[in-house]
Design a protein around this ligand. Structure first.
Ligand SMILES: NC(=O)C1=CN([C@@H]2O[C@H](COP(=O)(O)OP(=O)(O)OC[C@H]3O[C@@H](n4cnc5c(N)ncnc54)[C@H](O)[C@@H]3O)[C@@H](O)[C@H]2O)C=CC1
Ligand SMILES: O=C([O-])CC(=O)C(=O)O
Length: 254
């Protein structure tokens, strides 16, 4: 499987460094970023090809791994799917827009392509998907990040946001994709609180779900990526695991 990466920042760097040797028949070969130097850097370390025009990548790959921004999903995903290519979307916040999501699903169905959205920086999506088979009464997400992860310098705790996931992803498009992942997994606009917390040094996500199945609570304490403290290592790891699983015949988990 030939893979192209759209967005050559923190997540892409972790992915490429994990795939330096070809694994599971996956060859990450093409790189596109609107900062060509970033694409060239990844191409150099992986013996791949950096492209100036995204079409020069899409035409040659089986799958595009988006790790850029919600705007890049709006801009490029439709065309990727129309060309019959699969896409892994990291900027899941973009998919909270139901119109865009439905359009992408329609085009994917028509062109026999697939959209994958990894669980990213959060745990519990397996459980919430299963729980959504019954009635779900409550889903709360509380995200705590150190000030530097949110570009702040607080000395005291501050609630930055409290409200629905749909608004959260508009206000903080590169910080709370996890809220979109949760919402889409259970088809509900979940309640979100984002807290700037100078007492934590990790990106912490707590989820509480209650429904017909009973209840569960998860807490993820994520180490931030070195080059982008907003983003947790687990998000990149989840993309790697998903990518590897695409060529496997045994699927574990929901
Ligand atoms: N699903 C999840 O749980 C998570 C998702 N994310 C999202 O994944 C995406 C990537 O995250 P990082 O690697 O940490 O970001 P980053 O900022 O380190 O890297 C993004 C790269 O994409 C490039 N880029 C941005 N917009 C572009 C466009 N329209 N066209 C071409 N290149 C573009 C930038 O130049 C940059 O090199 C972000 O949208 C982030 O919010 C991040 C963490 C968790
Ligand atoms: O990486 C994280 O911990 C969460 C994050 O930035 C996001 O959901 O966009």
């Amino acid at each position: 499987m030939i893979v192209g990466i759209l967005g050559c920042g923190a997540i892409a760097n972790i992915i490429v460094n994990n795939f330096l040797a070809r694994e599971n028949g996956i060859n990450i070969k093409y790189f596109y970023d609107h900062d060509i130097k970033k694409a060239e850097n990844l191409a150099r370390i992986s013996d791949g090809i950096a492209v100036l025009n995204i079409d020069d990548m899409v035409d040659h790959v089986d799958l595009v791994l988006e790790a850029a921004s919600p705007i890049s999903v709006e801009k490029f995903a439709l065309n990727i799917l129309k060309k019959g290519k699969d896409i892994i979307v990291m900027s899941i916040g973009a998919l909270m827009d139901k119109k865009l999501r439905n359009e992408l699903i329609e085009v994917a169905t028509e062109h026999n392509s697939r959209i994958f959205a990894p669980s990213g920086a959060i745990v519990g999506l397996d459980g919430i998907k299963a729980a959504s088979i019954g009635n779900i009464r409550k889903v709360n997400l509380t995200t705590r990040k150190p000030p530097r992860s949110l570009g702040k310098d607080n000395n005291e705790e501050e609630v930055l946001y409290e409200g629905k996931a749909s608004e959260a992803v508009k206000k903080f498009p590169t910080n709370i994709n996890v809220a979109a992942a949760l919402s889409i997994a259970c088809n509900r606009d979940v309640d979100v609180k984002i807290i700037i917390d100078p007492s934590v040094d990790k990106n912490v996500h707590e989820v509480i779900v209650e429904g017909d199945f009973g209840q569960f609570k998860t807490r993820t304490e994520n180490l931030p990526c070195e080059t982008n403290p907003k983003t947790s290592m687990l998000a990149a790891f989840s993309a790697i695991k998903l990518l590897k699983s695409l060529n496997e015949n045994f699927i574990m988990g929901t």
